[in-house]
Design a protein around this ligand. Structure first.
Ligand SMILES: Cc1ncc(C[n+]2csc(CCOP(=O)(O)OP(=O)(O)O)c2C)c(N)n1
Length: 333
């Protein structure tokens, strides 16, 4: 077993984490506000409270490394380097979006930064990541793949299939389980037999590191060790990051299945404030931190304005970049 590393990273790296987490939070708060006014339609899943995992993992990846995500993927995508303007336009269904507005929040992909896709099918990203890792291994490439999934995904078949395949072939894949305690509106512990994601991974011989997923420094240093092992050819590794989803399952879910006191208690452990406290102890001023947070809000306000102003995709584009659906006669006209 890999021991969880104590956070011992330099101040500038911690500052970079703070900036990234503020950007993820600001992106999602702006998107949530737009959804509530009806400017964004469809469901979006917010990762508010879980930002440290995206930031702490992705800082250890190179641009050419790959990630696969799930339905709660804004943070992963931003942390991998995608443009928030293109992402926001995608949420607005506009032509300037990462997928020309045809994917929306749950299907954002950006191959330019190695983001293979968010995914509305729980657990499906695990197999996409393992398949991509197999492709890299077959081609002798040194790149690695990280895959983000929730604790609910471990009860679907792809978790077993993917982990088994990755282990058998010694594939370069980092499995990141974001354990926020819930699968939609159900506490995952009430529907998961056995010892959880770590026990299941270990039963297949996959090394596991457990970490406080709200401690960005710990996520970073623990991921660094797992990534070092993967790049060293030691095969798949699983990071179990415990966290808490502060918002509802979707932005429209009031979350009445948990008491407000529970959420309030977990709010006190949220990662951005914790990172800010560490930075303050290291000498950063409150004003410097406030400037970063404000810059993130401004950046996302610009992304919203650009998305609102952008055109919708042309009708004919409905049949491009989609799989084998043909082109009906009325589109050809
Ligand atoms: C195959 C499949 N079954 C059910 C759903 C409905 N569903 C959407 S999200 C979700 C819960 C997922 O929980 P988890 O993987 O822990 O991610 P979290 O939402 O907690 O981030 C469910 C059951 C789905 N999208 N796909």
């Amino acid at each position: 077993m890999v021991e969880t590393r104590r956070a011992n990273i330099d101040a500038e790296r911690m500052f970079a984490h703070y900036r990234m987490m503020c950007r993820i939070r600001a992106f999602e708060e702006a998107a949530e506000a737009a959804l509530l006014t009806g400017a964004i339609t469809g469901a979006i899943h917010l990762s508010i409270g879980q930002e440290a995992i995206a930031a702490g993992v992705c800082i250890n990846l190179m641009r050419h490394d790959l990630i696969a995500s799930n339905h709660r993927g804004h943070g992963h995508t931003l942390a991998k380097g995608a443009s928030p303007s293109a992402m926001m336009a995608e949420l607005f269904g506009r032509d300037t979006g990462t997928c020309h507005g045809k994917g929306g929040s749950m299907h954002i992909a950006d191959f330019d930064v190695g983001m293979l896709g968010a995914n509305g099918v729980v657990g499906a990203g695990i197999l996409i990541a393992v398949g991509a890792a197999q492709g890299l291994a077959l081609r002798g490439e040194k790149r690695i793949v990280a895959c983000f999934f929730g604790d609910g995904a471990i009860n679907r078949g792809p978790f077993l299939e993917g982990l088994n395949w990755a282990k058998i072939y010694g594939l370069p894949v980092l499995l990141v389980c974001e354990d926020n305690g819930f699968a939609a509106t159900t506490r995952t512990a009430t529907l998961s037999a056995g010892g959880g994601p770590d026990a299941r991974a270990r039963s297949l011989g996959i090394p596991v590191a457990s970490v406080d997923g709200n401690d960005v420094g710990a996520v970073d240093t623990t991921t660094a060790e797992l990534v070092r092992r993967i790049r060293n050819g030691e095969g798949p590794q699983l990071l179990l990051a415990r966290t808490y989803r502060l918002k509802g399952h979707t932005a429209a879910d009031p979350g009445t299945y948990r008491r407000p006191e529970e959420v309030a208690a977990r709010l006190a452990e949220e990662p951005i404030q914790r990172c800010a406290e560490t930075l303050r102890l290291g000498g950063k001023s409150a004003a410097e931190l406030a400037t970063i947070a404000e810059a993130a809000r401004q950046e996302m306000a610009s992304a919203i304005a650009a998305a609102r102003a952008a055109p919708y995709p042309r009708r004919a584009l409905a049949w491009t970049d989609v799989q084998d659906v043909g082109a009906p006669a009325e589109i050809a006209r």
